[in-house]
Design a protein around this ligand. Sequence first.
Ligand code: NCD
Length: 305
Amino acid sequence: MRSIIDIMDLSVEEIDGLLATAEDIIENPKKYADACRGKKLATLFFEPSTRTRLSFEAAMYELGGNVIGFSDASSSSSSKGESVSDTARVISCYADIIAMRHHKEGAPYVASTKASIPVINAGDGGHNHPTQTLADLLTIKREKGRFNNLTIGFCGDLKFGRTVHSLISAMSRYENVKFVMISPDELTIPDYVKQNVLIPNSIEYKEVKSLEEAMPELDILYMTRVQKERFFNEADYIRLKDTYILTPERLQSAKDDLCIMHPLPRVNEISVAVDDDKRACYFKQVLNGKYMRMALILKLLEVEI
Ligand code: NCD
């Protein structure tokens, strides 16, 4: 029984295996239509979500399985004071696998220590979001055809953006990957990401404020939303929320084969006028996420096809 709390819980070889399974699912969906017949996924979402929860649900249904769960902490027993540990033990009696999102960093890890079934972290506070990273990796593979030799710009809220933290970890294992961190001073990447990932792996990175200046050198531009729910102060959020807005004009200096990514939801940071640009990949990312979650569920449930 194995849980996925951090993207680094998966080796590079295992990620390659998941990518291969996802691509096989894309080619041969019928082969997988009954793979999880009789199995149940529990989605325990203590924090709002559209994509991630529905993506997990769609993934399980497309594998022929069933889904139980809640999408609002106020409708669960946590509103009565139940601990995450107890919830995890209880759900272990009903389901075969758990996908959990929680506003507290580390909550899915705690759940995994008490559950008797695999737990997948579907986002914990401002910390990690490994299954979004799996979606991102399949998108990079399909759009760029490689993980090595890439310059990746992360733009927006790099402090609270958990998708950024997980993707930096994942990409730090490939050769000659450079990061350009584009953010206002208040939203730079946390020190622990530098200390635990960038410095020990001798990764080349720079921190800049101007998206325009960074644009020409980027192979991938990963835009993010300013994480309103993690701000202590509304005035700071309002001041920072529209720092970066990607428009067709700002893309004029970008490479022709730039891959524009965003974990979504988008608020203002990418103008809808960019959606028709052939470099916009953020809706493909959503679909890729479903296939990677299918691959991950199969792996953790040890289903052989
Ligand atoms: C992200 C998240 O929840 O961290 N959304 C998602 O799962 N695709 C990004 C965000 O909320 O900004």
